[in-house]
Design a protein around this ligand. Structure first.
Ligand code: TRP
Length: 352
């Protein structure tokens, strides 16, 4: 099969912002998949601090959250001796390529980004320029490594499409120079691959424990709405116990959960934590009340998450180690990104 990435060495890139708490949604939706992809791919995992500062971040908290996301990566099983783990701001090629992509991307493209519209809200005049240009930076993150596969949530799909648009426009606009310099790869002699999103399905999306129609989020005012990876055993159990549910017992079939978002969410969480299909979980608990299901879910959450939370806490007390991992990762990332920037600058026609 030829894809828009054929001719390119397969590589996975993904990033998580160091803003807010690392919670179960990040773990099941992203980090757990990042861990699994290590078996089959070369992976680059980035703590995207330059993205975080597109909205205000307290400097002390930013530093702490950067280490917290890194600790979550490591505690969950990402192996920095086999793959690359680093924070974005230590590799200046991201910012440099983002500038060049700002000159490739069109105002119209960025104006259509729904995440910008949501985040800027009514007060667009007061949003940072960085928030508007955010997707160019994301394209730079991915393409600085000529990455071919990007595991992301549904909400990032539009940004991935924009990344492909930028890659494609660059490949087309500079086709002559790419060819003259002999830098193209694959059947189309393209410089950049068109990276494929690997979207976390809506069925596995983790929703708020207080409102099954909202995504679990670190910005939710209620801490009861999420299981944080820094919660201790008692907090995890309490939050599961207090999770919103309805008064009916669990049905036999998933079809009967369509109008019961909270119940569906708890089944999904159980499924994600136990690596069982949601239907298999229902089959096991069909007819049971939440008074029976919730303790089972709490036990499962504690059993699967507490080894990770304990290791995370240990790592967060060892900032020297975490910082050393990030510095080493940044060095390795630079080894890949520097030659790409050298090529791109030559393709643009900059004198060096
Ligand atoms: N925008 C992503 C998010 O908020 C984070 C991100 C930044 C990212 N750069 C990336 C994800 C590159 C994948 C690839 O979730």
């Amino acid at each position: 099969m030829t894809t828009a990435a054929s001719g390119f060495e397969p590589r996975v890139f993904s990033g998580i912002q160091p803003s807010g708490n690392v919670h179960l949604g990040n773990y099941l939706g992203a980090i757990k998949r990042f861990v699994a992809m290590q078996e089959s791919h070369n992976c680059v995992y980035c703590v995207v601090d330059l993205h975080a500062v597109t909205v205000w971040q307290d400097p002390i908290v930013l530093r702490q959250k950067t280490r917290e996301v890194t600790a979550a990566f490591l505690a969950a099983g990402i192996d920095p001796s086999k793959h690359i783990v680093f924070n974005q701001s230590q590799v200046k090629e991201h910012a440099e390529l983002a500038w060049l992509f700002n000159c490739v991307a069109r105002m119209g493209w960025l104006s259509r980004m729904t995440q910008f519209k949501d985040k800027a809200g009514k007060n667009r005049e007061n949003a940072s320029v960085g928030l508007f240009a955010y997707p160019s930076l994301m394209a730079a993150d991915i393409l600085a490594y000529r990455a071919t596969h990007v595991p992301v949530g549904e909400d990032q799909k539009q940004h991935l499409e924009l990344t492909r648009d930028i890659a494609q426009k660059f490949n087309m606009d500079f086709a002559g120079e790419i060819d003259r310099l002999g830098l193209g790869l694959g059947p189309d002699k393209a410089y950049f691959p068109l990276p494929e999103p690997l979207i976390t399905g809506a069925a596995t999306r983790v929703m708020s424990l207080r409102d099954g129609s909202k995504k679990m989020s670190s910005s939710d005012a209620s801490d009861l709405s999420r299981l944080n990876l820094t919660d201790d055993v008692d907090e995890l159990a309490k939050k599961v116990r207090k999770a919103k549910t309805d008064a009916n017992p669990l049905p036999e079939s998933l079809d009967d959960l369509v109008d019961r978002p909270e119940a569906r969410n708890l089944i999904n969480i159980y499924s994600g934590l136990s690596d069982q299909a949601p239907q298999d979980v229902l089959t096991e608990f069909a007819g049971a009340d939440f008074s029976k299901f919730k303790p089972a879910l709490a036990d499962l959450a504690v059993a699967t998450l507490s080894p990770i939370t304990l290791e995370m806490r240990r790592l967060m007390d060892d900032t020297d180690h975490v910082d050393a991992v990030l510095r080493h990762g940044a060095e390795q990332a630079r080894v890949l990104a520097q030659p790409v920037l050298r090529d791109v600058k030559a393709i643009f026609g900059f004198v060096s």
